[in-house]
Design a protein around this ligand. Structure first.
Ligand SMILES: Cc1cc2nc3c(=O)[nH]c(=O)nc-3n(C[C@H](O)[C@H](O)[C@H](O)COP(=O)(O)OP(=O)(O)OC[C@H]3O[C@@H](n4cnc5c(N)ncnc54)[C@H](O)[C@@H]3O)c2cc1C
Ligand code: FES
Length: 325
């Protein structure tokens, strides 16, 4: 059985355990959130031994080459000596809350001023660290070259630990800890003629709002179609701003989609279904999918079946955090 050496402790990892589970079982703290290979909160460094390649998916090649891996995805095949990444690998900054505004009944726009340099691209995600150790991911709606503040859209979940804290306790003028930015869901400069399809549900609009504005202000000439889905009309937000953007940029189209109670200016039904019914051939398109994990998973498959290349499909499922085992 492989052994894990971490913080002067040695732990045996059973065949069905991940590195994260084995370390947690011994009471060893490793930052984690989704426990599903998405948020990269559980990034660790193997200073001796080789982590399996399956535990390195989604990481930059420079990190892979140095032996970094995701502890929640790692079932080791050999013994490993481990440490947590240092600040040169994970960018961390304190940020001041400048502005809080409700975009609809559940979704809060949070604008943050980082106290130091913090590089990101619109559509990537950051982690917010609550002082009690809780860490959660939020996608970035702002565009660094346009917006002086980092903008996040945080949806309140019933009994959600982080979202209740952010909505009810964090005030303007307070400071929060941020780390990141991570993920490859951002506008790629360089090819301004490709068509782009973006589909988001709920607060999954946040990264798409950033990506659309990045593309338009970079002079993108190909068509850009954004479908935002909500169960009820009141779950939509930024409708006026998106309609205004569509008026200013003829290559941009915005489709608010509502399952139940659609009004005349809405499309009736699920955003993913409507989008793929209206775009049957996605060969050569770039596709961005954000929000509900089931929607993201099924639409990724359907976009591929409609002709999109897998490397051209950028997907951020907003996976909720699993409790530690
Ligand atoms: C890449 C990525 C990007 C994301 N971007 C965004 C974004 O831009 N905006 C956004 O709003 N969210 C985003 N999320 C989701 C976000 O990270 C959090 O998961 C979400 O805000 C909930 O956090 P929380 O701590 O409030 O809820 P948690 O405390 O983690 O709870 C989640 C849900 O589970 C329920 N629950 C908790 N404990 C139990 C239990 N014991 N039994 C049963 N139910 C339970 C809660 O009631 C709640 O509804 C993103 C996630 C990922 C992975
Ligand atoms: S990637 Fe491991 S906790 Fe999210």
């Amino acid at each position: 059985m492989p052994t894990l050496t971490f913080q002067e402790c040695t732990v045996e990892c059973t065949p069905d355990e991940t590195v994260l589970d084995a370390l947690n079982r011994q009471g060893l703290e490793v930052p984690s959130s989704c426990r599903n290979g998405v948020c990269q909160t559980c990034l660790m460094h193997a200073t001796e031994g080789n982590p399996p390649r399956t535990a390195q998916q989604g990481l930059k090649e420079t990190l892979v080459a140095q032996g970094y891996f995701l502890a929640c995805m790692c079932k080791p095949t050999e013994s490993l000596t481990l440490c947590l990444p240092d600040d040169s690998v994970v960018q961390k900054v304190r940020a001041r809350v400048i502005y809080k505004e409700y975009l609809n009944a559940d979704i809060l726009r949070l604008r943050l001023l980082p106290c130091g340099a913090f590089t990101y691209r619109a559509g990537q995600f950051v982690q917010i660290h609550r002082p009690n150790g809780l860490i959660r991911s939020y996608s970035i709606a702002s565009v660094p070259t346009l917006d002086p503040l980092i903008e996040l859209h945080v949806r309140l979940l019933p009994n959600g630990s982080m979202t209740t804290w952010i909505h009810k306790e964090v005030g303007e003028g307070d400071y929060v800890e941020l780390s990141g930015a991570k993920g490859d869901c951002f506008y790629l400069q360089g090819n301004t003629t490709r068509n782009i399809l973006l589909i988001g549900t709920g607060s999954g609009l946040a990264p798409l709002w950033g990506i659309v504005r990045s593309a338009l202000y970079a002079g993108h000439k190909g068509e850009i179609h954004l479908y935002h889905g909500s169960w009820k009309p009141e779950g939509l937000y930024l409708e006026a701003e998106l309609h205004a953007l569509a008026r200013d940029y003829p290559q941009f189209r915005y489709y608010p989609c509502v399952d139940d109670g659609a009004e005349a200016h809405h499309q009736q039904g699920r955003a993913d279904k409507i989008a793929l019914a209206q775009h049957k051939n996605l060969s050569g398109w770039q596709v961005y999918l954000c929000g509900h994990p089931e929607m993201v998973k099924s639409t990724k498959r359907n976009a591929f079946l409609a002709g999109a290349n897998l490397p051209d499909i950028y997907a951020d499922p907003f996976i909720l955090s699993a409790p530690p085992k």
